[in-house]
Ligand binder design. Structure first.
Ligand code: UDP
Length: 326
């Protein structure tokens, strides 16, 4: 297939492009390099079936051009990261809504398959754990900038549903905290790369809040596997949780990373207000129910947090030894 990947130079995008090329697909990578880095695509740039385009999903005529010869779009490009949500909500809202609308409008005109990357963030503070694809969204007070990303992504999902009703082949994936080798943009959030870097440098590991909040971290290979399964037209109009239901608290994560890095770092707790002021509140617990993805997609995320962290830490050790790109 000829596939356009937006946000291709990001953490998930660059791994996805590598895998799609290995499977024999032809790829156009689009990225505005705001948080992604062209260097993440180094191993794929010279591939004969790969074209990299530096550009924006806000550029409609560029998209019309690029999508002319495509069979599918995997739309990962997004403005994300807690720092962005709290400090620049307008950028987050515009970036996530206007770009996605462009992609969907053009794909609809050409009847091109879209896989849309949504997020487990949209479940918000819903306390009914684990989350199925039908779970309610429970977002906090509207005055908290923190929920602008979840709100924008939820609207994007509704755009997808609306176009699906009109006949657009579109599938939504909701990612649960992907992590793995290769730098994620830790300036914008992303706790695992941040803790690993701090531990390897012997600096204090900064747990926000009391650290009892949990996440279900999902290794990048599993995230990619789930995404690729969704290209199949059998899943048009469907939503899938793409995550691994192994829950870990941020306190446990800090301890584990400290131990695995053989680090002498202290683990310190910092009140949220000191980091984000009063515009943030955390999700206390986040765990996917992946029954639907397992049964329909045959999605079987197999990498445990221990194995995934081991591989991620190895990558960071090498990066810090000389080839860190950030
Ligand atoms: N977190 C933390 N210390 C940090 C960065 C993040 O304790 O230096 C916490 C954060 O408050 C959240 C969890 O780690 O509870 C996951 O944060 P991340 O930004 O990776 O993902 P998200 O909150 O979007 O799930």
């Amino acid at each position: 297939m000829n596939i356009l990947v937006t946000g291709a130079a990001g953490f998930i995008g660059s791994h996805l492009v590598e895998q799609l090329l290995a499977m024999g697909h032809s790829i156009i990578s689009l990225d505005n390099l705001s948080t992604g880095k062209k260097a993440y695509l180094d191993s794929s740039l010279s591939h004969e079936n790969h074209t990299f385009v530096h550009g924006s999903i806000l550029d409609r005529s560029l998209l019309i051009d690029l999508m002319d010869s495509c069979d599918a779009v995997i739309h990962l490009a997004a403005v994300l990261g807690v720092k962005n949500l709290v400090n620049d909500p307008l950028k987050v809202i515009e970036g996530n809504i206007d770009g996605t609308r462009n992609i969907l409008e053009i794909a609809y005109a050409k009847r091109i398959k879209v896989v849309f990357a949504s997020t487990s963030e949209i479940y918000g503070k819903n306390e009914k754990i684990p989350y199925t694809e039908e779970s309610d969204r429970v977002l906090g007070p509207t005055s908290k900038n923190r929920w602008c990303y979840a709100t924008a992504k939820a609207l994007d999902e509704h755009l997808c549903f609306a176009y699906a009703e009109k006949g657009l082949p579109v599938t939504i994936v909701r990612y649960f905290n992907a992590y793995g080798p290769r730098a994620q943009t830790s300036d914008y959030g992303m706790v695992i790369p941040k803790f690993i870097k701090l531990a390897l440098k012997g600096q204090p590991i900064t747990v926000y809040g009391d650290g009892t909040q949990t996440r279900s971290f999902t290794y990048i290979d599993d995230t990619i596997q789930g995404t690729i399964l969704c290209i199949d037209n059998k899943w048009d109009g469907e939503v899938f949780n793409i995550g691994r239901p192994e829950e870990i608290s941020i306190n446990e994560l800090a301890e584990k990373i400290k131990q695995m890095c053989q680090s002498n770092s202290d683990i310190v707790h910092i009140p949220y207000e000191e980091v984000y002021g009063d515009k943030y509140e955390d999700t206390n617990q986040r765990v996917p129910d992946i029954t639907k993805s397992e049964q329909l997609l045959q999605f079987h995320p197999s990498t445990s947090i221990n194995d995934g962290l081991q591989q991620t830490i190895e990558w960071y050790k090498n990066a810090i030894d000389g080839r860190e790109q950030k």
